[in-house]
Ligand binder design. Structure first.
Ligand code: ADP
Ligand code: MG
Length: 253
């Protein structure tokens, strides 16, 4: 998509669990080439919103569109195939497998072979293409020299980078990151920030949930702030910092 066109549109999204409204009438857009931050205290509904976008949980009402297409009722696999890839709050890698094999896992849903089918069932030609995509993804995050290492040997910061590489193997239109800086040391956070800036320069579109306010405020183009399921504010980091409701409810200032 050309820069500035909507990649993700969340339109009056509501998610209820029994009597609890985990997401209550939330609307926002992420445009092509933008990094948008999704912030809010614990229980705000951020993960629930990620689950609506990725098809893990369907919305109770409202709509989610990817590249203009209504994906509200589509299954997670289909949404992944349409170009939405994510990382998880708690790293989910295969420690016994190589970095390359882990990165290749991100591409299965895009090919004819689904996640349920293993590497063994891929045709040789498909496997070669997938391996190329995975190597390119490892290169983008700076882990190409360790492609043959076991993922379990990586430090946490590198595991997070590998998770991003796995998501990039799918060549997504939208990258969703769930607290990618959690547990990282200062230097690792700086490396992560630099990577995300580089990806944006290459045209990637990113929605990031992150609690590290320094990192978020210095990285994102715009922010969406949630509180107890409600949309509290949206805007540039400067606008959000100056917002009285946000200061009171969240930033504690
Ligand atoms: P955040 O990620 O912002 O911390 P969540 O989206 O995880 O918040 O949770 C929002 C609210 O929805 C919380 O009150 C949480 O307990 C509730 N919730 C989340 N998932 C479920 C579920 N599967 N069933 C019932 N309640 C849930
Ligand atoms: Mg969460």
């Amino acid at each position: 998509p050309s820069p500035g066109t909507p990649v993700l549109e969340v339109d009056h999204a509501v998610k209820r669990f029994g009597g609890l409204s985990a997401v209550q009438d939330v609307s926002f857009t992420v445009n092509s080439g933008e990094i948008v931050g999704l912030i809010g205290p614990n229980g705000a509904g951020k993960s629930t919103l990620f689950n609506l976008i990725t098809g893990v949980n369907p919305a109770t009402s409202g709509m989610v569109r990817i590249l203009g297409r209504d994906v509200t009722r589509l299954p997670a696999r289909t949404i992944h195939r349409l170009g939405v890839a994510r990382t998880f709050q708690h790293v989910r890698l295969f420690p016994e497998l190589s970095l390359l094999e882990n990165a290749m896992m991100g591409g299965y849903a895009r090919g004819r072979a689904g996640m349920a089918q293993s590497l063994l069932h891929l045709e040789r030609r498909e496997e070669a293409a997938l391996q190329q995509a995975a190597l390119a993804a490892l290169q983008r995050v700076g882990l190409q020299d360790r492609a043959a290492d076991r993922a379990g040997n990586l430090a946490l910061g590198q595991q997070r980078l590998l998770e991003i590489a796995r998501a990039l193997t799918a060549e997504p239109a939208l990258l969703l990151l769930d607290e990618p800086a959690a547990g990282l040391r200062y230097g690792e956070k700086a490396e992560l920030s630099a990577l995300l800036r580089r990806l944006r320069e290459e045209g990637m579109t990113i929605l990031i949930v992150e609690h590290d306010m320094d990192l978020v405020m210095n990285l994102v183009d715009r922010l969406v702030v949630m509180n107890s399921g409600q949309p509290l504010a949206q805007g540039t980091p400067a606008e959000v910092r100056a917002n009285a409701a946000v200061r009171e409810a969240y930033l504690g200032a």
